[in-house]
Design a protein around this ligand. Structure first.
Ligand code: NAD
Length: 494
């Protein structure tokens, strides 16, 4: 493996003692440090209203990275680069103090003015932090890079997302903004462009002439857990479909970029997302299905979960059909679905190809054989892999066809070595590579597609609950595909 020059950078992490920071972000940064993407030339300032000493903060860091630590001295050396600053996002004086600290750390660690501002806080703070950083001159002004990293959710509809984006872009350029979508840090999502554009045998059939339908499944087996406060105001459509599912769809649907650089890739993703048909109310009724889980197998209904209102109409499941008005996809539907309390945790993409135009095995052989459609499955989670289900001859006496899987599934040993999504994304941020981040026009197109669905759902009374825990969601989601002569490939995989 090629060794890389470590990036020099100062991180400023807003929400420095939050759940995400402690569980995901510090372990990711530590792994980059262990692998040499960061060296002695980095520092991190943790920020929130909490009063902590640097030593108290460093003790939290050592705890947070414990599962990744195999060398105590290395963990302590890593933590010594961490500093704490008590900070209220609305207090302008605190930004002036932060600027002084940043300049000092820049000198001490020879960081060349490179700054990464990571806002891991509730979304209402994203805009104000960006504005104050700029107005109070915390951005480096000596030629180093300034990069702003924003967590999800990016708005709750197009209007609020646009307002947030306007706030961010009054302080940072689009190419300085990294909108995190951790599904884009996953191995399989990152492999989609290579699987498609690196293999003529795949890309040459990647269109409506050969593909019958595309299915994206992001299923969770857990319920709402302790996130009711947030989740009940979001729902599956906003929390999973608008961002993760549509981002995955954009890599599947896009045309080939001129070169594999972020600006070119983004252009093609935007073109694909902007060609999605936007539904009117009738179209929403025909093409989208919502669900909410009831009680079953000893587990409570969503409405009886702690923190959920008894009359909640929130969607814990959403499924729908996407139609692209473009020459590549015209007649090929893309189906997406995501939900909680489903049969299994399962992230996957199933691409069903059309059967041969003329099936010579249906006639002429003594026993007519029925061919199956080829299915290419890209496994995202929990298994990572590629499976191609094809027709062949079964080896028994006589002539019978059967299907077999040509598969590559990552071994547990390999999987243990694969960088975690946040580690990959931090690596890209340090390298200024926006390939696996959502650009504003993509986010805007996704909201414009989702808004009419959400509006109709908000305005009409659903018949909830409508699916059992441990199932694959409401029956209406099966009917949606059946109307087109299709069916979900998972869980009835061959
Ligand atoms: P959290 O509530 O655990 O942490 C928020 C942090 O903000 C805390 O450190 C808190 O002290 C600080 N804070 C709150 N008000 C402040 C103020 N006025 N001034 C300064 N600091 C203040 O939240 P979290 O779960 O870590 O989530 C952070 C972000 O990441 C959110 O946008 C969330 O949607 C997103 N996210 C979190 C997860 C997760 O697994 N936790 C997953 C995906 C996305």
């Amino acid at each position: 493996m090629a060794t890389e020059t470590p990036t020099r950078a100062l991180f400023m992490l807003f929400g420095g003692t939050g759940d995400l920071a402690l569980r995901k972000l510090y372990p990711a940064i530590f792994n980059l440090y262990k692998k040499g993407s960061l060296s002695k030339h980095f520092a991190l300032v943790g920020l929130s209203r909490k009063e902590l000493t640097d030593d108290e903060f460093r003790a939290k860091i050592i705890d947070s990275i414990a599962s990744e630590t195999d060398d105590k001295a290395q963990a302590e050396e890593f933590a010594s680069h961490f500093y704490w600053k008590s900070h209220d996002v609305n207090n302008l004086g605190h930004y002036a103090e932060l600027r002084t600290i940043a300049d000092e750390l820049d000198k001490k660690y020879e960081l060349e003015g490179n700054r990464v501002f990571y806002v891991s806080m509730a979304p209402q703070f994203f805009g104000i932090v960006a504005k104050n950083l700029k107005d109070q001159h915390v951005l480096s002004e000596n030629g180093g890079f300034n990069r702003l990293v924003i967590e999800k959710p990016f708005g709750r509809d197009y209007e609020s997302a646009k307002k947030l984006n306007d706030e961010l872009t009054s302080a940072f350029n689009e190419n300085q903004i990294y909108r995190i979508d951790h599904y884009l840090g996953k191995e399989t999502t990152q492999a989609i462009p290579v699987i498609r554009f690196g293999n003529p045998i795949i890309e040459s059939v990647w269109n409506q002439n050969f593909i019958k339908n595309v299915q994206v499944t992001l299923a969770e087996s857990l319920g709402v857990e302790d996130r009711a406060g947030y989740y009940d105001t979001a729902g599956a459509l906003r929390d999973m479909i608008q961002n993760h599912a549509l981002q995955i769809v954009s890599y599947l649907a896009m045309d080939e970029p001129n070169t594999f650089v972020d600006t070119e890739i983004r252009k093609e993703k935007v073109k694909a997302l902007e060609s999605m048909e936007i539904y009117d109310a009738e179209g929403v009724k025909q093409n989208f299905v919502r669900g909410q889980y009831g009680a079953g197998d000893g587990s409570p209904a969503y409405r009886d979960e702690p923190g959920v209102p008894k009359d909640s109409n929130n969607d814990t499941y959403a499924a729908g059909k996407i139609v692209f008005n473009n020459p590549r996809w015209g007649k090929t539907p893309f189906y997406v679905r995501s939900g909680k309390k489903l049969a299994a945790k399962q992230g996957r993409i199933d691409i069903e190809f059309k059967k041969p135009l003329v099936d010579i095995f249906a006639k002429g052989t003594k026993q007519p054989q029925e061919l199956q459609s080829n299915v290419l499955s890209l496994l995202i989670d929990p298994k990572v892999g590629i499976v191609l289900n094809i027709n062949t001859k079964n080896s028994e006496q006589g002539f019978h066809t059967e299907t077999v899987d040509l598969d590559y599934v990552q071994s547990p040993e390999r999987a243990a070595e694969v960088p975690l999504p946040y580690e990959r994304l931090f690596h890209d941020i340090l390298n200024g590579d926006g390939t696996y981040f959502a650009s504003w026009p993509e986010v805007a197109a996704a909201w414009k597609f989702v808004d009419p669905i959400q509006h109709l759902w908000d305005a009409t009374q659903p018949d909830f609950p409508n699916y059992k825990p441990g199932s694959m969601g409401p029956k209406a989601a099966d009917d949606l595909l059946a109307r087109d002569g299709n069916s979900w490939y998972y869980p009835n995989v061959r």
